[in-house]
Design a protein around this ligand. Structure first.
Ligand SMILES: [Ca+2]
Ligand SMILES: [Ca+2]
Ligand SMILES: [Ca+2]
Length: 624
């Protein structure tokens, strides 16, 4: 699970941002019209999903703008309020007001969109005695209709969306339909963790197994042909597999009210994340919603349609998308796009989380073809960069990744809509992957490898997602809670003990320093991407790769301006001096980053020299 001032003012603002980033535009070696950086506020809606640079953050860990909401309006100890800034599994106090106060920082990095971790009201604390943790991450929702009081008010949410849009940026909400918080329990397992009970062993029409008492007469099951109101009207007993119940006092814990009815859940025990249980099982006890039921489909269309209507958000990231049946998405996605279009949001983006435990583009692509998801988070990209830049895999892995773009709905053009990333809140951060793969690497090498990973993220096909804190040198010590450090001064000892990348500072101080090396690198790469359409929307041709670490080169082609941007990476520890194929009509190049030969060696052949663990970006465009 796991948006500026208008017109000329926008230009001024963009230039101001550059100085905030700690360097001046001419030093980048870029010759870009200032106007191409600024995005007048009225234009953000016309930007395509592929044009965005997304910044993903967890509001609890970003900035605390209001200490009065730290306990979510609750009183008592941390097991009641969920607040304990010294514990990595509890609320730390970050909120929407804090985020609003830091939008300059995010925009200064070059991000054009914010993907906000889930902000709906959560069950504050869950877990068996001694194993409690809090809903600081937002994925344990009880009330889908309002902002969690730990994060602020509905008015704060309005203020955030308006502030983001006023800057010409977009706001993507993280949504969850697979499950709610863990409220429902089973009589058979008082300690929790009931094993999954399948439809074959525990059919809907018998109580407690195939030999049990007949129940739910005439119910034909949940398969696609039977997902009708008429059929689901015959499902009246939820106790086919287990005896589910809602503990006293929690009968109305969820909103909207229909979510408090046991009949809208699968109630078959914990998912093993294999086979049937992948979509029907509870995610570690979280109540798995019966998303095959048309009433549930209507309910979620209403819930998340209202978030579009009320806040004019620009897209959704869908949590645990692969654990919901495809038919749900086939109905939900068009409904959300229609709702957005009716609000004047033509490029509403929707991307699903399909976690893959290893490099598996086919698994990802299936969800664009079968479920009809417009995009999925590109875990294939994350694995390929981890294997080749943190690890020692040959760069042919990257070539394989992009060859598999053919598998996605829409092929390579469809793949250009995929949000790509190298760090996230579940897997962990790229700096951690480098240190894990290379425990003896020095600080300089770790920084170079993380820089190279970000260079790939920001220049290769897909929509880059920057995971908050990477730009400050956060590396983390693992996945999940160990990758969710505080940006504001942290009180969590394990975070403060962490050795950051590219700085001697620690998370004990606030981490909003635009002078840190990775912030400056990412800001420069953002500028490159925003100034060169080829890097955003251009077709990508893989030019060179190897069975060993070393060269990986692609061309990005901008059809409108007939511009070729050649990007060459060196994942090896020896300098490279090689010929790379380019378009036969591209004769002259100039550097956007690093050192580029001014002309081709021969038509269609270009000499590239790249230092160890470095990259160059060369364009055939003449520039303004
Ligand atoms: Ca707060
Ligand atoms: Ca449960
Ligand atoms: Ca499910």
């Amino acid at each position: 699970m796991g948006g500026m001032a208008r017109g000329r003012n926008g230009v001024n603002r963009a230039l101001k941002r550059i100085s905030v980033g700690g360097f001046a535009a001419p030093l980048l070696g870029l010759s870009i019209a200032a106007g191409s950086i600024a995005q007048p506020a009225e234009d953000y809606r016309s930007r395509l999903p592929a044009d965005e640079i997304i910044y993903f953050l967890l509001p609890d860990r970003f900035e605390n703008g209001d200490t009065s909401n730290d306990r979510g309006g609750l009183t008592g100890g941390r097991l009641i309020t969920g607040f304990d800034p010294t514990a990595k599994g509890f609320y730390h106090g970050g909120d929407l007001k804090g985020l609003i106060s830091r939008l300059d920082y995010i925009q200064g990095l070059g991000a054009t969109a914010v993907w906000l971790g889930p902000i709906y009201k959560n069950k504050p604390v869950q877990g068996t005695p001694g194993h409690e943790s809090a809903g600081y991450h937002g994925y344990w929702i009880t009330d889908f209709t309002r902002v969690d009081p730990h994060f602020g008010t509905d008015a704060d949410m309005q203020a955030l969306t308006q502030a983001v849009h006023a800057r010409g940026m977009k706001l993507y909400l993280d949504i969850v339909v697979n499950h709610t918080a863990d409220v429902i329990a089973y009589r058979e397992c008082p300690a929790g963790a009931c094993p999954y009970r399948s439809r074959a062993d525990y059919p809907y029409t018998r109580r407690g197994g195939a030999a049990g008492e007949p129940i739910n007469p005439g119910f034909l099951g949940d398969a696609a042909p039977y997902q009708t109101e008429e059929n689901f009207a015959k499902l009246t007993r939820p106790d086919y597999a287990y005896t589910p119940f809602i503990p006293a006092g929690e009968e109305h814990a969820k909103a909207p009210e229909w979510l408090n009815d046991l009949i809208y859940y699968h109630n078959r025990g914990n998912s093993t994340f294999h086979g049937e249980s992948s979509t029907m099982g509870d995610f570690s006890g979280l109540d798995d919603v019966m998303t095959e039921n048309p009433r549930v489909v209507r309910g979620f269309i209403e819930i998340f349609g209202n978030w579009i209507d009320n806040y004019d958000v620009d897209g959704f990231r869908i949590d645990t998308a692969q654990h919901v049946n495809p038919e749900f998405w086939q109905r939900f996605v068009p409904a959300m796009r229609a709702r957005a279009a009716a609000r004047g949001i033509p490029n509403f983006h929707i991307f699903g989380e399909v976690f893959t435990a290893d490099f598996n583009p086919a698994q990802l692509a299936r969800h664009t073809r079968v479920d009809g998801l417009p995009a999925v988070l590109d875990f294939g990209f994350a694995w390929a960069v981890q294997e080749t830049v943190a690890g020692s895999a040959g760069t042919e892995r990257l070539a394989e990744l992009f060859a598999d773009d053919a598998l996605y709905e829409g092929g390579a053009a469809g793949a250009r809509q995929l949000p790509t990333f190298i760090s996230n809140h579940d897997m962990g951060r790229f700096g951690y992957f480098v240190r894990k793969a290379r425990p003896r690497a020095g600080d300089a090498e770790v920084l170079r490898r993380v820089t190279l990973g970000y260079a790939m993220l920001m220049t290769l096909r897909g929509v880059p997602v920057i995971y908050y804190g990477d730009e400050q040198g956060f590396a983390g010590t693992g996945g999940d809670q160990d990758a969710r450090e505080d940006m504001f001064a942290s009180q969590t000892a394990s975070y403060n003990a962490e050795k950051l990348i590219g700085t001697a500072a620690t998370t004990a101080q606030g981490s909003f320093d635009p002078a840190r090396p990775l912030y400056k690198t990412i800001a420069e790469l953002s500028m490159l991407r925003r100034a060169n359409a080829a890097l955003r929307e251009g077709e990508q041709l893989v030019r060179a790769y190897a069975r060993t670490p070393g060269i990986f080169a692609v061309s990005r082609l901008d059809a409108k301006s007939h511009t070729e941007v050649l990007i060459a990476f060196n994942t090896g520890t020896q300098a490279l001096d090689v010929q790379v194929e380019v378009e036969p009509l591209s004769q002259r190049f100039r550097a956007l980053h690093g050192s580029c030969e001014p002309t081709t060696s021969a038509p269609g052949s270009y000499r590239v020299r790249v230092a160890a663990l470095d990259y160059i970006v060369c364009t055939s465009g003449s520039g303004p």
